[in-house]
Design a protein around this ligand. Structure first.
Ligand SMILES: [Zn+2]
Length: 155
């Protein structure tokens, strides 16, 4: 026997015993399982709260900070006042970074390495880099931060 936590289409939760998961499927399909609260036969297994299975779950890989464009691009475009504020903060932050650093364009990875290994003048730089480049830079112990991609720069 298996005890399932079920949920009807009106979000009532209840428990019911079945011989097997097949038995459960069959009974639900035939409308033999009704919600005790509202008699609805539109029932299915309730979704478990994700917190209960943390010990079994593999932790998701951390979001890739370099991939700021993909991760935050959509969110930043949201017409939410809080988002607008955030975009504003990021814009100022970005201006601060770009004012105090040299733009090195696509040579970013190469230049960052030169600075790290003392082959170039130590200074802040910013430019373009692939996720792979940024990753290998970090593996070499070089601090790489993604610059936020702002909505008005996506042209
Ligand atoms: Zn119900």
């Amino acid at each position: 026997m298996i005890l399932y936590t079920l949920e009807c289409d009106r979000d009532h939760q209840f428990e019911a015993w079945f011989k097997s998961s097949d038995d459960f499927e069959t009974q639900v399909k035939r409308g033999f399982v009704a919600c005790p609260h509202c008699q609805s036969v539109q029932v299915g297994k309730a979704l478990m709260a994700p917190a209960v299975s943390t010990s079994k779950q593999k932790s998701a890989p951390p979001a890739h900070p370099v991939n700021a464009e993909a991760d935050t691009g959509v969110a930043l475009a949201a017409p939410d006042p809080k988002m607008a504020e955030l975009v504003d903060t990021m814009r100022r932050l970005k201006a601060q970074i770009t004012q105090n650093a040299d733009y090195v364009g696509k040579d970013f990875a190469e230049e960052a390495r030169k600075i790290h290994y003392g082959e170039a003048e130590e200074r802040g730089i910013y430019g373009e880099s692939t996720v792979q480049d940024a990753e290998s830079l970090r593996e070499e112990g070089i601090d790489v931060y993604p610059l936020p991609v702002l909505p008005d720069e996506t042209n």
